[in-house]
Design a protein around this ligand. Structure first.
Ligand SMILES: [Zn+2]
Length: 84
């Protein structure tokens, strides 16, 4: 006694369709230039990213901005972390 089967496809949650937010930088993230702890992440349009320490992040910021590359600056966390 089956009529037309209606398959319900659950639409994905709205959150799933949004672009993935990059994870916050952690102490395990390292500068791609010098290996120091990374505080800045540059996100390239193709989905790759580069990590920079505060020093190299500051150095690269004008170049990245000129190319329209999004930069996540987490250097304010420097104040939270104890030195050393
Ligand atoms: Zn560096």
């Amino acid at each position: 006694m089956s009529g037309v089967e209606v398959t319900r496809v659950n639409a994905p949650a709205p959150e799933a369709t949004r672009a993935q937010l990059p994870e916050p930088l952690t102490a395990a993230d390292r500068c791609d230039r010098c290996g120091a702890q990374a505080y800045v992440r540059a996100v390239f349009p193709e989905g790759t990213d580069l990590l920079f320490c505060a020093h190299h992040g500051r150095e690269a910021a004008p170049l990245l901005a000129a190319r329209g590359i999004e930069v996540q600056d987490g250097s304010e966390r420097l104040a939270e972390d104890a030195r050393g």
